[in-house]
Design a protein around this ligand. Structure first.
Ligand SMILES: *Cc1c(COP(=O)(O)O)cnc(C)c1O
Length: 359
């Protein structure tokens, strides 16, 4: 069986080495020494001044919205994982959907301005599949209208924009370290900002608003992560470069094996140093997609219709139309891509795709 993704596991003895430290420290959570160590290493690795590890990437978005005190309408992307939109709703804000570019799959900056109303307070795009947004164009619009910017960076561990960490963009960027992401701590995420005041505020938010025993600085939530998750992350982090390299090699192998088949692949922003986290392909029609999806499934190859439905079509959302996103959502399939996938398996997958195309 080949699944669309498989979590990366560090060698068990390396994980146990850190677990031993958890026992020796007799410290399980609440900003313990391993979590602090993980944050320090992540700041170095991602080249960012401030980073707070959270329990997951969804609470990271919620904390970001709360820290910026956003209300009213937030302009967001209809083409992302459901958490991007549901975090906005969870914070009692209204998502307004700016359509995407049909080639990069990211928010198209030219669709943003006509959606701005007196109620608009922020823009919340995602760097989809690790491909960075047109950050300068989005920031320019945000500055012109005094809007805040939060980037959902759940996919973009290792991505750079104009030679710099993509996580330096916007007022706040978020990350996810969920099991299925390029770098994982089983469950986990982060909020990242260049602004020390915002960082301090989010540190309170993450920890019930505590500022010492019995002192509550601000209303908070429990967004902390544990020493055991930090242990898994610390054991995984030394493999991040190897993972990035392997995913790149596998993606290039897919490109070669799929050549001649009329599938559209993602256009990477020319300003982006891409992390090759996903391998999405666009079919000419949904009918052909379903034929291929089923042919793969019969052979125990499980692909995923990421991202479908288009988020403006969620039944609990009063979404404005986003025709490009709706169209792409119907025709996109993510092919299996993970560290332990082999070239042989890619040959098997692509030969099934090739055959399904013929009959
Ligand atoms: C995974 C993901 C999230 C949520 O992250 P969790 O850590 O699973 O909560 C948010 N946005 C996008 C785009 C994601 O892919």
């Amino acid at each position: 069986m080949i699944t669309v993704t498989k979590p990366f596991f560090p060698p068990i003895e390396e994980f146990f080495g850190y677990v031993k430290q958890v026992y020796d420290n007799n410290w399980l959570t609440n900003n313990g020494p391993l979590l602090v160590q993980l944050e320090t290493k992540l700041k170095e690795k991602l080249d960012v001044p401030h980073l707070l590890v959270t329990s997951n990437g969804t609470i990271a978005i919620q904390i970001a919205i709360r820290a910026l005190e956003l209300e009213g309408e937030i302009i967001t992307t209809p083409f992302s994982y459901v958490a991007t939109t549901s975090s906005i709703l969870w914070q009692h804000c209204t998502p307004v959907f700016a359509d995407i570019d049909p080639f990069t799959f990211n928010m198209d900056p030219s669709t943003i301005e006509k959606l701005i109303t007196p109620e608009t307070t922020a823009i919340l795009p995602a760097h989809v599949f690790g491909n960075s947004c047109d950050i300068d164009a989005i920031q320019e619009i945000a500055d012109r209208h005094s809007l805040r910017v939060i980037y959902d960076g759940a996919h973009c561990f290792g991505t750079k924009y104009k030679g710099e960490s993509v996580f330096k963009s916007g007022d706040i960027s978020t990350a996810s370290f969920h099991a299925t992401k390029l770098f994982n701590t089983a469950e986990g995420g982060a909020v990242i900002t260049n602004n020390p005041d915002l960082n301090a505020k989010m540190e309170f938010h993450r920890n019930f608003g505590h500022n010492g025993p019995g002192i509550f600085e601000d209303v908070g939530i429990n967004g902390k992560n544990s020493e055991l998750h930090a242990a898994f992350g610390l054991a995984n982090l030394p493999y991040a470069d190897e993972i990035l390299g392997r995913l790149k090699a596998l993606s290039i192998y897919y490109d070669v094996q799929l050549s001649g088949i009329p599938l559209q692949t993602q256009t990477i922003n020319p300003d982006c140093e891409y992390n090759y986290a996903y391998y999405p392909v666009i079919f000419p029609t949904e009918e052909i997609l379903l034929k291929t999806f089923n042919a793969l499934q019969v052979e125990n190859v499980f692909t995923r219709r990421y991202f479908a439905p288009s988020l403006n079509r969620l039944k609990f959302v009063k979404g404005n139309p986003a025709p490009v996103s709706e169209d792409i959502s119907r025709r996109i399939l993510c092919l299996p891509l993970y560290f332990s996938l082999t070239e042989k398996e890619i040959e098997r997958i692509t030969s099934i795709i090739r055959k399904s195309w013929r009959n």
